[in-house]
Design a protein around this ligand. Structure first.
Ligand code: NDP
Ligand code: BG6
Length: 651
């Protein structure tokens, strides 16, 4: 099912025009660290996107500063080349690019050199006079945080603070500290030179449309707010899975780990959006107050709770989703071969306020996992199963509202519906809104909206000092607890897998399961599903349930009554006969357990995991329904069963 677009931009009108966006007043943007990776990969493409959408002011220029002894001409040439490589737009507009690079300037210099800042002061005055930017200055710290204080003092010495015309704002990049103490110190250093309202701390997750939409969705739709509390919500899950490893950033990652890199910032921001109280308005401080109050209400873990409420993991060797080999984290460049840095973490948090009392919030994130996907699942309490007694319905699933943040972008509601026919049978179905279908906005970097908002002076999407420090207060005891106890089981998950087994236990011990969002690409890896029609594929993504086994675990025991079929996503299992002799080995993409269901007989063989395995389960009732409704699926299953075990299956 898809949603209907009610209001859409008219023909030829861009999404930003439709949203009433206008360029800010003129300004100069100074990028410190303009020779770095962030500038070429994200900032320049974002500025170019703003130029394409006519959202850069007419009076505007960028001044890059870094140590490389480039001229303005060289800088322009490099940026023009990099733009072609890193542009996110489907079609590259050479004319816009040519005009844009003419707005770029460069001045070389080290941040400890006062002369470099004197030259910068002169250049800003000259360009301000030429372009009429009214003295407005946006400073972008695209540098490591250790030099933020140095740059700020040099700007003061060069007289920037004495200027009285226009506004001055500073964008600060993450990481905002390494722990609570360093974050407090960094904030103290920055606040020595800038007023809070001049500081724009970037968290690029807040630049993502789908993250911004959480607030719009919650507070512009009257139907959800009454349900958004402990009376109706069973729990909430946040997942940020990355299929990439540390990608050459070993030395940075060794000092960071996933808790600092992803959870303490990006995931806590999303958590605040999903769980905050309704603000009194959409004014920046109303939103920022709401977020800060929510994070303040998160229960800070006691040292003795760390083992119970957290899981950490590190990837060992394995395979990428495309099958190519991946080395273990400890074998990556610039990584200690005995590293205790976590590349995966899962947490269970509680929010101690009236609304969320007792509702567990599960978060997990990791590198080198089976897929890239950021999702938030709000799982509602079950309807009473008891009223279905005496019908064919043997259990009910919960209703789930799923925010697909990336790479799929949309919102999905999962619920039950009656299967057409004379008896009462239920099937999970979904309603889904997809950004791609509803809007035609170009894919951005996420930085466009952040830079634009800073230019117009809207700080809603940026982190305030109190929020940053509160987020560290939640993370600090976990970091301390982990630092005090060396992990004994690292590496504890294979690259390309679903993460450490213990992360499943964290949630399963509470009688819940992670909702694995299965997409078409995942199903495409299983040959059995290749012949399935699109309707069945749609159903399967909701019916398949994830399960993980360790090497040596018995998955199916001979003689037991079969309740489900298994699809092996990753790993190897052996099929054993009555004498425990191996009669077959099954690998990625294979399925098993179908015979017991097809013949309605006890299991004919034992199946044991040879390696750790990630599997999907298709439960008996869903299996039977899929066979009944989808003849091609039934044919594929029975043919394989026939070939594999020479059994005659009922037609
Ligand atoms: P790089 O190391 O690639 O670039 C750093 C830049 O700062 C270089 O231009 C470097 O110049 C300059 N620099 C550092 N010290 C000095 C100094 N003393 N004097 C003059 N120039 C100096 O880092 P990134 O661009 O990757 O990252 C910048 C910031 O952005 C970091 O805080 C990072 O955490 C953050 N970030 C980066 C992301 C990315 O995708 N790259 C994503 C999100 C955040 P030189 O080459 O001469 O040393
Ligand atoms: C960055 C982290 O902040 O976010 C990276 O430093 C991570 O390690 C990245 O890969 C993920 O961002 P995104 O937008 O790809 O989810």
């Amino acid at each position: 099912m898809s949603t209907q677009l009610i209001v859409s931009p008219s023909q030829g009108q861009s999404q930003s025009e439709a949203a009433g966006a206008r360029p800010s007043s003129g300004c100069l943007m100074v990028i410190f660290g303009a020779s770095g990776d962030l500038t070429k990969r994200l900032l320049m493409p974002a500025l170019y996107n703003l130029a394409c959408d006519q959202l850069l002011p007419t009076s505007f220029a960028v001044i890059g500063i870094a140590r490389d002894a480039w001229t303005t001409a060289e800088f322009r040439e490099r940026m023009a080349r990099d733009l072609k490589q890193f542009s996110t737009r489907k079609q590259f507009d050479q004319a816009v690019c040519d005009a844009f690079v003419q707005r770029l300037h460069y001045t070389p210099g080290s941040f400890d050199d006062p002369q470099a800042f004197a030259r910068l002061a002169q250049l800003t005055e000259q360009l301000d006079a030429e372009l009429g930017t009214d003295g407005n200055l946006l400073f972008y710290m695209a540098t490591p945080p250790v030099v933020f204080g140095l740059i700020s003092s040099r700007l003061v010495e060069a007289g920037f603070q004495k200027r009285t015309r226009g506004w001055q704002r500073v964008i600060v990049e993450k990481p905002f500290g390494h722990d609570l103490a360093s974050a407090i110190e960094l904030n103290r250093e920055i606040l020595k030179h800038w007023r809070e309202e001049q500081i724009y701390r970037i968290d690029h997750y807040l630049g993502k449309e789908t993250v911004q939409n959480i607030l719009a969705f919650r507070f512009s739709n009257g139907i959800f707010e009454p349900l958004w509390n402990k009376h109706f919500v069973d729990h909430i899950q946040f997942t940020v899975a990355e299929s990439v490893g540390v990608e050459g950033r070993g030395s940075y990652y060794e000092r960071s780990g996933v808790l600092r890199d992803m959870i303490q910032n990006h995931m806590f921001q999303m958590l605040a959006y999903v769980c905050m109280e309704p603000p009194s308005s959409f004014q920046p401080n109303a939103i920022r107050d709401g977020k800060a109050r929510l994070l303040e209400a998160i229960r800070v873990m006691k040292p003795e709770e760390i083992d119970q409420y957290t899981v950490r993991g590190q990837y060992g060797p394995g395979r990428k989703p495309d099958g190519s080999p991946v080395t273990a984290y400890r074998a990556e460049a610039d990584v200690n071969p005995q590293s205790a840095t976590e590349t995966f973490a899962a947490l269970k948090l509680f929010i101690d306020n009236w609304r969320w009392e007792g509702v567990p919030i599960y978060l997990r994130s990791g590198k080198s996992l089976w897929k890239r996907g950021t999702e938030i699942v709000v799982e509602f309490k079950k309807a009473p199963e008891v009223i279905f007694r005496g019908t064919a319905v043997d259990h009910l699933d919960t209703n789930r509202l799923i925010f697909h943040i990336q790479p799929d972008q949309g919102i999905e509601l999962r619920f039950h519906t009656k299967v057409p026919g004379p008896t009462l049978q239920l099937q999970p179905v979904n309603m889904r809104f997809s950004y791609g279908e509803a809007f035609r906005a170009g894919r951005g970097t996420g930085y466009e909206v952040l830079i634009y908002n800073c230019m117009i002076g809207d700080a809603t999407l940026f982190s305030r000092t109190d929020l940053v420090e509160t987020a560290w207060r939640i993370a600090q005891p976990i970091m301390d607890g982990w630092a005090a106890k060396q992990p004994e089981d690292f590496p504890n998950y294979a690259a390309g897998s679903w993460g450490p087994l213990k992360s499943c236990e964290l949630i399963e011990n509470d009688g819940r399961k992670w909702t694995e969002i299965i997409n078409r690409e995942v199903l495409a890896k299983v040959p059995l599903f290749h012949t399935c029609d699109p309707v069945l594929l749609n159903v399967l993504v909701m019916l398949l349930k994830p399960v993980t086994f360790s090497a040596g675990d018995v998955i199916i025991r001979r003689g037991e009554t079969g309740q489900e079929m298994y699809v092996l996503c990753r790993g190897e299992v052996e099929v054993l006969d009555a004498q425990d002799k191996r009669i077959a080995t099954l690998k990625d993409g294979d399925f098993f357990g179908e015979i017991g269901l097809l013949l309605a007989q006890p299991r004919t063989a034992t199946i044991r995991a040879v390696t750790s395995c990630d599997l999907f389960i298709l439960e008996k009732a869903s299996f039977a329904k899929a066979l009944e409704d989808h003849p091609q699926f039934a044919q594929a299953i029975t043919e394989t069963a026939h070939k594999r075990y020479q059994v005659q299956t009922p037609s």
